[in-house]
Design a protein around this ligand. Structure first.
Ligand code: DGP
Length: 113
């Protein structure tokens, strides 16, 4: 798998504003924030995209999803938030390392573009 900026952030070669880190996940602020809360959550065990979750260890996938929920609730649990996984070209995924966007802190619009 090709290296990405998020591999570099996991290895602490590239600085990031880290919100939460444990054995399974890393959460850090998006550097192109689209909302007052805009945090990315990645699993330390690399996957390219959400599509990869068709396979893999359900327990590890579960720990990742649970980590996303905990970070989201802590940051924006009061009034709600949105979780987004962009996948591939049509989904406008720009970094080839799975990442959940947590967006919140304001009233979000719907539908997305
Ligand atoms: P996506 O389109 O789903 O692949 O979104 C990738 C997001 O990652 C985008 O909102 C900007 C963010 N991003 C890209 N490079 C960096 C980086 O080096 N540091 C941080 N903190 N965020 C980044």
């Amino acid at each position: 798998m090709a290296d990405s900026v998020f591999d570099q952030i996991v290895r602490k070669e590239l600085p990031a504003a880290i919100i939460h880190e444990d054995d399974d996940i890393l959460a850090f602020e998006d550097n192109n924030a689209q909302a007052p809360v805009h945090v990315l959550v990645i699993p330390k065990e690399k996957r390219l995209s959400f599509a990869d979750f068709q396979r893999g260890d359900p327990a590890a996938i579960g720990r990742y999803i649970q980590g996303i929920a905990r970070v989201a609730q802590r940051l924006a649990g009061g009034d709600g938030y949105r979780i987004v996984f962009n996948v591939g070209q049509h989904g406008q995924q720009s970094v080839d390392y799975i990442h959940a966007h947590i967006l919140g802190g304001k009233q979000l619009g719907w539908p997305p573009g």
